[in-house]
Design a protein around this ligand. Structure first.
Ligand code: ZN
Length: 352
């Protein structure tokens, strides 16, 4: 069967299970389970006004605002939405958590989170954590993953050949020519290119983006105003139950940096948030969820807990500096219900 057909069958099956109430029964069963402790941390990026996310934000990391509202109401009804710093502390101390405990996190610091998620969270009185890359707060910076997504999704070319693009040749999945005839082919190409660029030294990003821009016939944006939150938005949210966490200064893959650069990125973002918000952040999230032992060590010196993007729930034995999360993007409510019922299922794709 073609991957698309398999996906369609899977979705139909999930939908009928959802209609039957089985998923909600599974969610309820989590409350009375025998596990002593289990913490599920959900990870969002964009919360956008359009049905599938605005054209210029990466499709795979954008949940529609209406969908997000449904998801949050579902969580408020069937789960205990708890503060991440307190939940991580209890987990590390071996103290009980309300069951089934869920934390909400939003990475990077996009303005649409302030516009579309924050009002809902505030109305429902739910805690959440926003992890911010401090260099981009209030800026019109276009991150490489947004350039990439925009070019691949907007191009009128039917295929992309990456031959001759030196920096992509190290990655087998990014080396082959990509068909771009259908939406699912474009998403597949985007996933492969995203993965290759995450693991590439930063010096390679600009040449790759310039070359892809020429090959795909889509000019690179110079800037994109209004994409990032300003410090005033973050300060307002911090006054109303939202925790501001650090996510480095410029959002690099810290595993590719030397210890001095790691320290500048990790500690620099902590200091900038402390200056702007008036309180040093206690939580950190690794960009792309990627880190090495050295970065973990620096984070452990400066923060109370940190999140990776490794999929799964966190038990009593969880590493407080590599807490697992479940990344959400295009999923519908019934997908979320399944992810909550089976958080340790097949590895999901990592996102920014
Ligand atoms: Zn990020």
């Amino acid at each position: 069967m073609q991957p698309l057909a398999i996906q369609t069958v899977k979705r139909a099956l999930k939908w009928s299970l959802w209609r039957s109430g089985l998923v909600r029964a599974l969610a309820r069963a989590g409350r009375g389970g025998s596990e002593a402790q289990r913490l599920i941390i959900l990870n969002y990026h964009h919360v956008s006004a359009g049905p599938g996310g605005p054209a210029d934000t990466p499709f795979e990391t954008g949940v529609a605002a209406r969908e997000f509202q449904q998801q949050v109401r579902y969580l408020a009804a069937h789960h205990s939405v708890v503060d991440l710093a307190e939940a991580a502390r209890r987990l590390a101390a071996g103290e009980a958590l309300p069951r089934p405990a869920v934390c909400l996190t939003f990475d990077d610091g996009y303005a649409d989170v302030y516009q579309h998620a924050y009002p809902v969270l505030r109305r429902l009185g739910l805690p959440a954590t926003v992890f911010v890359s401090t260099a981009y707060v209030g800026s019109d910076h276009v991150p490489w993953w947004a350039h990439l997504s925009r070019m691949v999704m907007k191009t009128d070319r039917e295929e992309l050949d990456t031959a001759g693009l030196e920096a992509l040749q190290a990655d087998a999945a990014a080396r082959q020519p990509f068909a771009l005839g259908t939406r699912s082919q474009r998403l597949k190409a985007l996933a492969a290119l995203n993965e290759a660029m995450k693991h590439m030294p930063e010096a390679g990003h600009d040449p790759v983006l310039q070359a892809l821009s020429r090959r795909l016939g889509v000019p690179l944006l110079e800037g994109q105003p209004g994409v990032w939150m300003g410090w005033e938005h973050l300060a307002e949210m911090a006054r109303h139950g939202i925790t501001i966490g650090a996510h480095t200064v410029r959002h690099p893959n810290v595993a590719l940096l030397g210890p001095d650069e790691q320290r500048a990125e990790i500690v620099g973002s902590k200091q900038r948030i402390a200056e702007a918000i008036g309180e040093p952040p206690r939580l950190f999230a690794y960009p792309f969820g990627l880190f090495d032992a050295s970065a973990r060590g620096i984070v452990a010196e400066h923060f109370a807990a940190a999140c990776s993007s490794e999929r799964g729930a966190n038990g009593a034995d969880a590493d407080p500096y590599a807490l697992r999360r479940i990344s959400l993007g295009w999923q519908r409510l019934w997908d979320l219900a399944f992810l909550l019922a089976f958080p340790d299922g097949p590895a999901a794709r990592r996102v920014a």
